[in-house]
Design a binder for this molecule. Structure first.
Ligand code: GUN
Ligand code: ZN
Length: 446
């Protein structure tokens, strides 16, 4: 066997406590929802998992030229997936004192205007992917700025790293400063060109991305709806019912539509490939329509709390008479942490404020397989033969407070996961593998 720091194009073994979900857990204690090896080996060949075995089988799966990465005692999970994040908002995060519409005008649009400069966008793309990986996130669904070059910069950087990224050029042709506006035609043509050049290129995917109904004219929504019909392989992402003033503005702008969701629906933008960011203030009709269309409501708890938008009805949407598909996301820069662990902690608090409970099993399922299913990507979010070898290695006792808390937990896995999501963050990320390649995230940390 070869030491872990030697490069090899052959088989790779990663040893540790291997946890992967088989299905959505039905609350706490649902041990049948996951597979867990206390001392396991993830066997990787050509960027994919080929087997997951007990460490005792190392003689069978190891051998000459095989590289072993030994993380015995550490948790190995599928790399986290962030289903809604804004690439041009890394310098908007932590902006003071405004709710959504003023926050967009005062902080966000000026920051996004800088991404018209391709050199600036390229430099920011490096930081962005570094930061995701440092937090254990190996795949993200990203909004670019209105500039096609911003999406190109991020896709190119992701291609260089071998990560699987979903990226959209944000379409917006009204109600914002000219530096961040496109047109109905250019949004259509730029997105179509991105799809031609990038969708399915390596691990990159292009997302059709109308920002939200307030910044798109009916003509632009029409153009993007026709693009979505022409490209059913592409995800659609947008924002929906995040903030009360936003909802009232959409009603004024589209008086002929039944409600906010109906605006997008009218233009063919609502279906099982649609990711509807926030989805907080939904009417009963919208919930029924979300359910029957298979659209995904994307829960962004740190953002919803920080911008003061409202409390997402997690259990009401998931388990109501009309169940809605759910995903979890950071929504940087409205969101306040790149960490999906910290995001899960805030999700838990939002459910508490609504008298609901989000178990650690449900949260970790969401961050991995649940989010992969929301994207329709069966080869992401799980550690099993055939899946991409995107892994995160977690040190649950990385801080004195966490080690101290875990010393009282009797080694219970669910309790450890709950401590991880409640107290955890980037410091718990010991290593990340992308397509089977270790990223050295601890070394890259400042
Ligand atoms: N609605 C429209 N654009 C945005 C955005 O950039 N962030 C958030 N949180 N909501 C939005
Ligand atoms: Zn957003």
């Amino acid at each position: 066997m070869t030491p872990s720091n030697r490069l090899s194009s052959g088989r790779i073994l990663v040893r540790g406590r291997v946890l992967s979900f088989k299905r959505r857990p039905n609350g706490a204690g649902d041990a049948a929802a996951y597979s867990y090896l206390e001392d396991g080996l993830v066997v990787i060949d050509a960027g994919r998992v080929t087997d997951v075995v007990e460490a005792g089988e190392i003689g069978r799966v190891g051998g000459e030229g095989v590289v072993l990465h030994d993380f015995s005692g550490k948790l190995i999970l599928p790399g986290f997936i962030d289903t809604h994040i804004h690439f041009p908002q890394t310098q908007v995060i932590a902006s003071y004192g405004e709710q959504l519409l003023e926050w967009l005008t005062k902080y966000t649009f000026p920051a996004e205007s800088r991404y018209g400069d391709p050199d600036f966008a390229a430099a920011q793309a490096g930081f962005f992917i570094d930061e995701l990986l440092r937090n254990g996130t190996t795949t993200a669904v990203c909004y670019g700025s209105a500039h096609k070059g911003s999406a190109e910069a991020l896709l190119a950087e992701s291609q260089r790293r071998g990560t699987a990224m979903f990226v959209g050029k944000t379409a917006m042709d009204r109600n914002a400063p000219p530096e961040v506006l496109d047109s109905a035609q250019s949004a259509h043509d730029d997105t179509a060109a991105l799809i031609d050049a990038w969708h399915g290129h390596g691990r990159q995917k292009v997302v059709i991305t109308p920002r939200f109904a307030i910044t798109s004219t009916p003509e632009q929504l029409e153009a993007l709806g026709s693009l979505a019909r022409a490209h059913p392989e592409c995800l659609v992402q947008t924002h929906l019912s995040e903030n009360a003033e936003e909802v009232a503005t959409v009603r004024r702008l589209f008086p002929d539509r039944a409600d906010y969701l109906d605006v997008y629906d009218h233009y063919g933008l609502v279906g099982p490939r649609s990711l509807m960011g926030h989805s907080i203030h939904l009417t009963p009709r919208e919930i029924v329509r979300m359910s029957e269309s298979g659209a995904v409501a994307v829960f962004c708890p740190t953002s919803n709390l920080f911008i003061g938008s409202g409390l997402f009805d997690y259990k009401g949407l998931e388990g109501g008479r009309h169940p809605v598909r759910l995903a979890l996301a950071t929504d940087i820069g409205g969101g306040t942490s790149y960490s999906m662990l910290a995001t899960a902690a805030e999700a838990y608090k939002v459910t508490q404020l609504r008298g609901q409970k989000l178990s650690a099993l449900e949260a970790f399922h969401l961050m991995t397989r649940g989010n992969a299913e929301a994207l329709g990507e069966p080869d992401l979010g799980r550690i099993a033969p055939g899946a991409h070898a995107d892994l995160v290695v977690l040190d649950s006792a990385a801080t004195p407070a966490m080690a101290h808390r875990l010393a009282a937990s009797n080694g219970d896995l669910e309790e450890e996961l709950f401590v991880l999501m409640t107290l955890g963050g980037d410091r718990n990320i010991q290593e990340v593998f992308v397509g089977g390649r270790p990223q050295g995230v601890r070394r890259a940390a400042p």
